[in-house]
Design a protein around this ligand. Structure first.
Ligand SMILES: CC(C)(COP(=O)(O)OP(=O)(O)OC[C@H]1O[C@@H](n2cnc3c(N)ncnc32)[C@H](O)[C@@H]1OP(=O)(O)O)[C@@H](O)C(=O)NCCC(=O)NCCS
Length: 213
């Protein structure tokens, strides 16, 4: 359960990231903590971002019911103009969810594929992270991840860990390359990690002190 103190402390970093991401897209955006009212829009965004590996509403509901769950969603007005082009996006007529990242305290402990001595203490497991395909490769993912890192440091997390789908060669996976740019290191690959038999690679990032401190 997110404490009122965390919500208070997170407000500034979320607001400043939100306005920076809005400047990248040349629109007014609203970055905020995720909540269960976002589930329908999260499912729609996942359908647009992932091939057949997206979460359904029950999976998001389960994730958000984990007491240590936290995440951020980036929203903007529908039919927004991106760089001069009017791009119909997704969501209700009131707001459009265009990117998110969410996770929870890493119950498995330090990354199983990495020597425990290198990753100790409390960490976060990122369950999902997506940016709408129409606005990818513009710095939105890197900005969202930096904000999620800061929120994780506020909760005394020492590292971030996640899995992403991979073929034999992770280097051929765009998301893997994005995570490398975000400072994650590959710890290894897991055979048949996903329900449909796809392999995954695991990446981790050790969280140092915030540059802002
Ligand atoms: C992974 C993802 C969230 C990245 O979001 P994004 O907004 O496109 O990322 P950014 O624009 O901030 O890119 C960050 C860096 O990664 C690089 N990058 C992003 N996508 C890339 C790709 N497909 N191939 C190669 N490099 C890529 C960018 O060039 C950038 O590097 P730079 O700073 O040197 O220019 C987005 O591609 C996505 O939603 N993918 C589908 C869902 C998914 O696979 N999620 C991850 C598993 S949970």
């Amino acid at each position: 359960m997110l404490t009122p103190e965390f919500r208070d402390r997170s407000r500034d970093v979320i607001a400043s990231t939100g306005s920076r991401l809005g400047q990248i897209l040349h629109v007014s955006t609203d970055l905020r903590l995720v909540n269960p009212n976002d589930i329908d829009d999260l499912v729609k965004l996942d359908e647009a971002c992932f091939e057949d590996l997206y979460y359904d509403a029950d999976e998001f509901r389960n994730e958000l019911s984990i007491p240590s769950s936290y995440g951020i969603v980036l929203c903007t007005a529908p039919g927004t103009v991106y760089g001069g082009k009017r791009v119909p996006l997704i969501g209700s007529d009131k707001r459009v969810l265009i990117a998110y990242v969410m996770g929870h305290e890493d119950n498995d402990g330090p990354a199983p594929l990495r020597p425990i001595a290198e990753l100790s203490g409390k960490g976060a497991y990122i369950v999902s992270f997506a940016v709408h395909p129409k606005i990818q490769k513009r710095g939105i993912g890197i900005g969202l991840m930096a904000c999620f890192e800061e929120l994780s440091r506020m909760q005394a997390m020492n590292y971030l860990r996640l899995h992403t789908r991979t073929a034999d060669n992770p280097e051929s996976n765009g998301a893997y390359q994005a995570f490398r740019k975000m400072g994650f290191d590959l710890t290894g690959t897991l055979k048949d990690h996903y329900d449909k038999g796809d392999d995954a690679c695991e990446v981790v990032k050790q969280l140092g002190q915030s540059a802002a401190r």
